[in-house]
Design a protein around this ligand. Structure first.
Ligand code: URA
Ligand code: SF4
Length: 184
C-alpha cells in the first residue's frame, strides 16, 4: 500500500499481474476528484476506455454522464474507477484471478480518496467489494453500511442500454446518492 498518489500511479505502470495485460492498449487507472466524498466503481474498461485510458467514456459512460447532469452530480466532483484496470477480451466479465490481482490498486485508491459513499455499479463491483453473497437485483437501491463507508449498489449503466426499464431505478438510486451528498 502506498500513502500517496504518485507512488501508487508509478506502481501500476506496465503492470503484468494478470493476463488482461496481454491485449490492453492502456491501463485505465481512474479519474476525478482525489478527495471526493463519492467514489463510483464499475467493472472494467471497454473498447473506448481502453483506447483513451479514461473510465466511462463510451456508450455506457455517456448514459451515466446524462444521469449525472440531470441529477446535478458534477462528474469532476466524484472519483470513478473500475474493478479491473485493463480491458477484458470482448468485454467479458473479469475472472476471479484477474479481479483479485487488480483489487489491491482499487483498495489503495479507496484508502487515498477516503470516500464517505461508494456507488457500486453492477454485479461485478458489488460481489468483488462486498462479497459473493450479495445479488444486484435484491441489493440495488439500499444503503449498506460497512466499516464507516455507505455503499449504494445500483445497475451498471450498460445494463440500461439493454433494458430501458432499469433507467428509472438507476436514476432513483443516483438521486438518493445526491440527497445524501447534499447533507454530508
Ligand atoms: N464499463 C465499466 O464497467 N467501466 C468503464 O470504465 C466503462 C464501461
Ligand atoms: Fe495489472 Fe489490473 Fe491490468 Fe491485471 S487488470 S494487468 S492486475 S492493472
Amino acid at each position: 500500500m502506498y500513502d500517496n498518489w504518485e507512488d501508487l500511479e508509478k506502481s501500476i505502470v506496465g503492470c503484468r499481474k494478470c493476463k488482461l495485460c496481454q491485449n490492453r492498449k492502456n491501463i485505465v487507472f481512474g479519474t476525478g476528484n482525489k478527495q471526493a466524498d463519492v467514489l463510483f466503481i464499475g467493472e472494467g474498461p471497454g473498447a473506448d476506455e481502453d483506447s483513451q485510458g479514461i473510465p466511462f467514456v463510451g456508450k455506457a459512460g455517456k448514459l451515466m454522464d446524462k444521469a449525472f447532469q440531470g441529477i446535478g452530480i458534477p462528474r469532476e466532483e466524484v472519483y470513478i474507477a473500475n474493478i479491473v484496470k485493463c480491458r477484458p477480451p470482448s468485454n467479458r466479465v473479469p475472472e476471479a484471478d484477474e479481479a483479485q490481482a487488480c483489487l489491491d490498486y482499487l483498495r489503495n485508491q479507496v484508502i487515498l480518496v477516503k470516500p464517505k459513499i461508494i456507488v457500486l455499479l453492477g454485479s461485478t463491483a458489488l460481489k468483488n467489494i462486498l462479497g459473493k453473497d450479495y445479488g444486484i437485483t435484491n441489493s440495488r437501491g439500499k444503503w449498506i453500511e460497512f466499516r464507516g463507508i455507505s455503499y449504494m449498489p445500483t445497475w451498471h449503466p450498460a445494463a440500461l442500454l439493454r433494458d430501458e426499464t432499469k433507467k428509472i431505478e438507476f436514476w432513483k438510486d443516483l438521486k438518493e446518492v445526491k440527497r445524501r451528498m447534499d447533507v454530508l
